[in-house]
Write a protein that binds this ligand. Sequence first.
Ligand SMILES: Nc1ncnc2c1ncn2[C@@H]1O[C@H](COP(=O)(O)OP(=O)(O)OP(=O)(O)O)[C@@H](O)[C@H]1O
Ligand SMILES: [Mg+2]
Length: 315
Amino acid sequence: MTPNTNILCFGAAHFDRTLQCTETFVPAASNPVRTLHRKPGGVSRNIAVHLRLLGNNVAMLGAVGDDGDGDQVIESLSDIGIDTRHVMKIKDVATAGYTALLDETGELALGMMNAEVYDMLSIDRLQPHLANLLARPWWLIDANLPTESIQWLAENKGTSKFCAATVSPSKAGRFKNVLDKVDLLIANRAETRVLTGIDITSLDQAKRAVELLRSTGIPDVIITLGAQGVVSSSGSKIAFWPPLPTKVKDVNGAGDAFYSGFLSAYAKPKTNFDTAMASGLAMASLTAETEGTTVWDVSQEALATRAEHAESTPL
Ligand SMILES: Nc1ncnc2c1ncn2[C@@H]1O[C@H](COP(=O)(O)OP(=O)(O)OP(=O)(O)O)[C@@H](O)[C@H]1O
Ligand SMILES: [Mg+2]
């Protein structure tokens, strides 16, 4: 593996747990459960890991608690060669985590996200790192960072490219005041609605949303539309890309995977936008064919072969 790009991923890295009731779910009571799985998650982590598995030189800036989970988060990243020197261990706070409780039939009964530790990624904590951060030409910022820190990073990005990952509809709005400083935005339908007010139910509406976002000054905008594909805008072109033929197994993390595939290609010198789009679609497709969010055995070759089938039509 030859490290070939300097990408710094800011944001969430934690564990996701799924528990299932072994008897009928009763709210406000003690329910017997079994643990179905505990897996690493977090948007920035998901993107960083695929970037690294694709051979990039990747660092992560995030926050964990001073607990066992935190150590495991750091270890799981450094084990694959991600630079974790900017992952802060914060005292007296728990490492973040998402816990899903399924009822006895397998339907979600309750979802709980503890993301308190990410609120601690304040400007005061980021400031001492700035000189080192500026040495990385590509910044991937996930919306788990506090709004003020996102704003501060956007104002202090220097020549680094500011790539925004919107995370969820509830957090996407954190980029609203910095859109004029964003270099690349990739968002799904619901997140785009938060940023534009446009409800995307057709390609025409997707096109309008992309135009609106471009008019704020963002050079490259991509809206992912799940099984329908992607709409992109760069330079003077707006295009629709259908998804690649995929034997779908689990679409969880396909959006994050799209980001990794796109950025892995786009961050390389002289890669054009359309080649990066094909790489994003290919990484999303390979991830949708895999159980879980990570394609541990991904290779540049497999990605390139899948990407060959990508095609776009102008909108
Ligand atoms: N059912 C599917 N079949 C083929 N490709 C898919 C399917 N679902 C998603 N994809 C691919 O993954 C890309 C991203 O999916 P989507 O728009 O659902 O992202 P997302 O909502 O951010 O997902 P997540 O947050 O779970 O990662 C799509 O643009 C498409 O290329
Ligand atoms: Mg997503």
